[in-house]
Design a protein around this ligand. Structure first.
Ligand code: AMP
Length: 423
C-alpha cells in the first residue's frame, strides 16, 4: 500500500519552497530591524514545560499535544508553540541577570493534534517574538508595530487588529468572580465545553465561537469596567503608542487569554477573507509566565504568527514575491552583458531577474510587470556604447537614463525612495 504524509501534514515542494524562503527571510529581517535576535530551541521538550507554560486547562495542553514516552520513560512533547521554550531558555541560561529587555525571535514547525481543515494543520509553522524584562506598555506597542510592519512588507491588506487588556492579578480575580456570578444562572444555555469550563476558566466563555453562547452572554459584565487603574493606564499607553505610529485597531472586550499568567495587553490579527481560520497571529503580555516556568518574577510580551495562513492570505490577495529589478535585454546578442548586470545587482544585495526565454523586449516588459518588478533596466546596443542604462519605474511608468558606473551604487537609494513614496 502507498504510504502518504500523515493527516494534517504536507510537503513543501520546490515551487512553494521559494515562497517560504522569501517569507522567512522577510520575517527575520524585519524582526532584526526592530532589534530582535534569533533563538532556536528544541522541537521537543519535557511535557511539564507546556503543562506549566501553556496551562494544563488550555485546549492545547488538554487535547492537542503530541506526547509520548521516550525509551527512558520520560514524558516528552513535540512543541505546540514557542513561548514556553523561550521562557525556559531565558531561565536556564540566566538571561535575567544580564541586560534587559532580552528580545528574541524564533521560526519553525509546531505540532498540535487539531482537526485539520483549510488553514489548520497538525504540523504548521510559526514565527514569533518574545521580549522579556520590561513592563513598559510601549514595548507592547513595539511588538504590535513590528507585527504590522511584517504584514505591510508582505503586502497584506484588509487586516483587522483587535486589542484588549485582560487585567492583572489585582483586578482579574474580582472580575472572574463577577463573571462566574453572571454565568451561573444561565449556564444551561451554554455549549457543552463552556458548561464545563465556566467555573475553571470563565473568561474563555467570552471568546467561545459557538453562536448560542454568544447569544446567551449578551449582557455580560464588561472586562474593561473591572480593570484597576494601573491596568487602565497601561492599556491607554499601549493604544497611544499604536496611534502615534498610525496603527489602527479595534478594541475587543471579548478578546481574552484565559490563563493567570497573561496580563494586560492581548491582541489578535484577522484576515476576514480567510474564512473560519481567519486569525493569522496573536499575542500579548505574560508577566506571570517566567515565574510559572520556575524563574524569577520577570515580565514579558510577544506574539506568534501562522506562516501557512499568511501565505494563504498572500496568495489570495495575489501578491507576488516582488523582485526589485528586472533586466530587459534588447537583443539576444547582449545576453552575456545582461547576465553580468543582473549578477552585479544581485551581488549588491538587491533581488534581480532577467529573461531566459528569448522574449521580445515588449514581452519582457509585460513579464516584468506580471512578476511585480519595481524597476526595469534595459540593456542594448545604445546602452552599451553610450555608458548609460534606461531605467523604468514600473509603478509610475516614468523612464529615465542613469549613468552606468553609478547606477548600482544608487539602486538602494532609488528603491528606498520608491518605498517611501508608496507608503
Ligand atoms: P496561537 O499560538 O494559538 O495563538 O496561534 C498563533 C497563530 O498560529 C494563529 O493565529 C494561527 O495563524 C497559527 N496557528 C495556530 N494553530 C494552527 C494550526 N493548527 N494550523 C495552522 N496555523 C495555526
Amino acid at each position: 500500500m502507498q504510504i502518504k504524509a500523515p493527516r494534517g501534514t504536507y510537503d513543501i515542494l520546490p515551487d512553494q519552497a521559494a515562497k517560504w524562503q522569501w517569507m522567512e527571510e522577510l520575517l527575520k529581517l524585519t524582526a532584526s530591524d526592530f532589534g530582535y535576535r534569533e533563538i532556536r530551541t528544541p522541537i521537543f521538550e519535557h511535557t511539564e514545560l507546556f503543562e506549566r507554560g501553556v496551562g494544563a486547562t488550555s485546549d492545547i495542553v488538554s487535547k492537542e499535544m503530541y506526547t509520548f514516552r521516550d525509551k527512558a520513560d520520560r514524558s516528552i512533547t513535540l512543541r505546540p508553540e514557542g513561548t514556553a521554550s523561550c521562557a525556559r531558555a531565558f531561565i536556564e541560561h540566566g538571561f535575567y541577570n544580564g541586560l534587559l529587555p532580552v528580545k528574541w525571535y524564533y521560526s519553525g514547525p509546531m505540532f498540535r493534534y487539531d482537526r485539520p481543515q483549510t488553514g489548520r494543520f497538525r504540523q504548521f509553522h510559526q514565527f514569533g517574538v518574545e521580549a522579556f524584562g520590561s513592563d513598559s506598555p510601549f514595548l507592547d506597542a513595539e511588538v504590535i508595530i513590528l507585527m504590522m510592519e511584517i504584514f505591510q512588507r508582505l503586502g497584506l491588506q484588509e487586516l483587522q487588529l483587535h486589542t484588549n487588556s485582560v487585567g492583572c492579578p489585582v483586578c482579574r480575580p474580582q472580575y472572574r468572580e463577577k463573571l462566574i456570578s453572571y454565568l451561573t444562572p444561565i449556564k444551561d444555555e451554554l455549549c457543552q465545553d463552556c458548561q464545563q469550563r465556566y467555573l475553571v476558566n470563565p473568561l474563555r466563555v467570552l471568546d467561545c465561537k459557538n453562536r448560542s453562547c454568544q447569544e446567551a452572554i449578551k449582557g455580560y459584565p464588561l472586562l474593561a469596567d473591572s480593570l484597576c487603574s494601573d491596568c487602565t493606564g497601561h492599556y491607554q499607553q499601549v493604544r497611544a503608542g499604536l496611534a502615534a505610529n498610525g496603527i489602527e485597531f479595534i478594541h475587543d472586550d471579548k478578546l481574552v487569554r484565559g490563563l493567570d499568567y497573561y496580563t494586560n495587553t492581548a491582541f489578535e490579527v484577522h484576515v476576514p477573507s480567510l474564512g473560519a481560520q481567519s486569525a493569522i497571529g496573536g499575542g500579548g503580555r505574560y508577566n506571570g509566565l517566567v515565574k510559572v516556568c520556575g524563574g524569577p518574577d520577570v515580565p514579558g510580551t510577544g506574539f506568534a504568527l501562522g506562516l501557512e495562513r499568511m501565505l494563504l492570505a498572500v496568495d489570495q490577495q495575489q501578491n507576488q514575491m516582488p523582485v526589485d529589478v528586472f533586466v530587459i535585454v534588447m537583443e539576444n546578442r547582449f545576453m552575456a552583458q545582461a547576465l553580468q548586470l543582473t549578477t552585479e545587482i544581485r551581488r549588491a544585495g538587491i533581488s534581480a531577474d532577467m529573461d531566459y526565454n528569448n522574449r521580445s523586449p515588449r514581452a519582457q516588459m509585460k513579464y516584468a510587470d506580471k512578476i511585480k518588478a519595481r524597476l526595469a533596466i534595459m540593456i542594448g546596443e545604445e546602452e552599451i556604447n553610450q555608458g548609460y542604462y534606461s531605467v523604468r519605474d514600473m509603478h509610475s511608468s516614468e523612464q529615465y537614463q542613469a549613468d552606468r558606473d553609478s547606477l548600482i551604487a544608487n539602486l538602494p537609494g532609488i528603491l528606498f525612495k520608491k518605498e517611501e513614496e508608496q507608503g
